[in-house]
Every structure is written in structure tokens, then in C-alpha cells.
Write a new protein. Structure first.
Length: 218
């Protein structure tokens, strides 16, 4: 009985030591993680650099010309364009090094069709954001307007990596880029919303909104 009690107490003591050691390791990892996070905050990159392992190349640039292989053009050549409709090409698209085959400023994707303005409500996907667009629907039976909204998925190029939830985003229609994406981000305005973004109702000054406001006040 004495030997059994001695071994059981010793086993219990070693188990307690293992638990305390594990707790200490977790605390050290958390402290080191927080210090590394605070350390890296000072080195935030202005633009999201790419992490692909494959060689990235723009379709409109030929890299084997003698001019590009010379010493004077070590920086390389970059293709960019203006999408028209009064939208300016961002500086990140001109001076950046990212390669995005779905970007409207640095690829063959053309903007045509609808131009929509809405609030960004989600940025969890890679290079894709979700936009909420509010509008008023007229009910003929009650002679009243009711609030409605739709959500639209849009491709967000790396030149617009600063887009956050709550910002006002202007998107333009393009060819189908994926199963649910048919729009591309053209412009965004930083905007701060107090409270839940999905609870807000904002109407932007489009032609239909102007007509509705005229009907409401007449």
C-alpha cells in the first residue's frame, strides 16, 4: 500500500508539472505572438503583394524583347489603361508590381453596362468584396414605398486593398469573372458607419432615386 501511494503521488506530481509547463508554453507563445504582431504593424505594406509560386506575367507585355533585356530597363515594363467613363487610374495600378488578370486597369477586362454605387459589407474573400445596394420599391396597392436591398459580389483588384467594411464603393459591370462575380471595383470612398453596416439604409443619387424623391415630395 505504501509503494502504491508513493507511485501514485509521484505520478500525480509529474502530471501537475506537465500541466504547468504546458500553460507556461502557451503564455510564452501568446506573448511572443503579440510582440511579433506589434512589431509587424510598423511594416504594413501599402499594397497587397502576391504570394503565388507560379510565374506571374501580364498578357500585353512581351518580356523577351532586347529592350527589356538591356540594363536600362531592369525595372521592366508595365501595362495599364484607363477604363473611361471619367474614372481615374489609381497610382497603385501604375506604379505597383502586382499582376491581376481580372483587374480593369492592368488587364484586358473592359467595363461596360451598369455602374452601381453601394456600401461594402464584406471583405473576407480573396480579391472579392460584397456590396449592399439599398433601394425603394413602390407598392401600388398601398400607395407606399418599402425598403429593399440586394447584395452584389464584385472583384476588388489589389490596387484597392484599402477597402474596408462600411466604405462607399462604385462598381462597373464587366464580363463574368466567376460563378457569382460580374462587377469590378472602379472607385471607393472611405466612410465610417456607427453600428452595424447591414442595419443602415442609404440611397445614392441615381436617376431612379431622383425620380423617387421627386414623387415623395410631390
Amino acid at each position: 500500500f505504501f509503494f502504491f501511494f508513493f507511485f501514485s503521488s509521484r505520478r500525480r506530481h509529474t502530471r501537475c508539472r506537465e500541466v504547468s509547463w504546458a500553460r507556461r508554453c502557451v503564455q510564452e507563445t501568446v506573448s511572443t505572438q503579440s510582440t511579433w504582431d506589434s512589431f509587424y504593424q510598423g511594416f504594413v505594406v501599402a499594397m497587397a503583394e502576391q504570394q503565388e509560386k507560379a510565374f506571374q506575367k501580364q498578357n500585353n507585355v512581351y518580356l523577351n524583347t532586347k529592350a527589356l533585356l538591356s540594363k536600362k530597363t531592369e525595372k521592366g515594363e508595365r501595362y495599364y489603361k484607363t477604363v473611361g467613363l471619367g474614372f481615374k487610374t489609381p497610382k497603385e495600378a501604375i506604379n505597383g508590381t502586382y499582376i491581376d488578370k481580372k483587374c480593369p486597369f492592368t488587364s484586358n477586362v473592359s467595363i461596360r453596362g451598369r455602374i452601381i454605387k453601394g456600401i461594402c459589407i464584406g471583405t473576407k474573400m480573396k480579391n472579392t468584396i460584397v456590396i449592399r445596394r439599398d433601394y425603394l420599391h413602390y407598392v401600388k396597392k398601398y400607395l407606399r414605398f418599402e425598403k429593399r436591398h440586394t447584395t452584389v459580389s464584385a472583384h476588388c483588384a489589389p490596387c484597392f486593398s484599402h477597402v474596408k467594411v462600411g466604405d462607399i464603393v462604385t462598381i462597373g459591370q464587366c464580363r463574368p469573372l466567376s460563378k457569382t462575380v460580374r462587377f469590378n471595383v472602379l472607385k471607393f470612398e472611405p466612410f465610417k458607419i456607427v453600428g452595424n453596416v447591414k442595419k443602415q439604409f442609404m440611397l445614392f443619387q441615381t436617376k431612379n432615386a431622383i425620380k423617387i424623391t421627386c414623387l415623395l415630395y410631390t
